[in-house]
Design a protein around this ligand. Structure first.
Ligand code: SF4
Length: 180
């Protein structure tokens, strides 16, 4: 996909309704596109799940696709420079270093943190959980475990589901969705 303003007459110009995955607010978006090019991203004023607006991150999300400085492969720090590496090289190098740390200090010396927008990417949460189980570390953190542990604990204690990662914000939204 590119984001230039060139209009291709063979493609259907349309507005796609979707939502921003960058943070928990999940603002509704109207994306003007022909399926190949993004021409404009605007707030979906009719979206039931937001404040009828968006922030500059959602408005410029198309830059994630073909910004000149987009990282397209792993970069390895060599001295005071970053050089391109293959995924195989990156995984091998990181695995070697993590094994050294784990052997020296134990599995719990390795922690992960999953924040925005990775936390909204289901494979991201599955990968984090699978990785931490594989290396046997208990130290998996995410944005809620840093500053809203009290809320997570309240949800675990007070709700039928007893699921600490269910955000109180989501619960309020679900309740208002079903019961107005
Ligand atoms: S538009 Fe901004 S506030 Fe809304 S979900 Fe995206 S990043 Fe979050």
């Amino acid at each position: 996909m590119n984001t230039s303003n060139a209009v291709d007459a063979n493609l259907e110009h349309r507005v796609e309704k979707t939502f921003c995955r960058i943070c928990l607010a999940s603002c509704g978006l109207d994306v003007e596109t022909d399926g190949k090019t993004i021409f404009r991203i605007g707030p979906d004023k009719d979206h039931p799940n937001n404040w009828k607006d968006f922030c500059s991150k959602g408005g410029s999300a198309n830059q994630l696709i073909d910004h000149a400085k987009r990282l397209r492969q792993p970069m390895k720090r060599v001295g005071d420079k970053y050089v391109e590496a293959t995924y195989e090289e990156a995984v091998e190098d990181i695995a070697k270093r993590l094994n050294l740390i784990r052997n020296r200090h134990g599995a719990n010396s390795i922690a992960t943190y999953l924040g925005n927008p990775g936390a909204h990417n289901q494979p991201g949460t599955i990968a984090q959980s699978g990785f931490m189980k594989a290396i046997k570390s208990n130290n998996a953190y995410y944005v809620g475990s840093l500053d809203t542990n009290n809320l997570q604990l309240s949800v675990e204690k007070c709700t039928v589901l007893k699921w600490r990662f269910l955000s109180p914000m989501w619960i309020m939204q679900i309740v208002s969705c079903f019961w107005g």
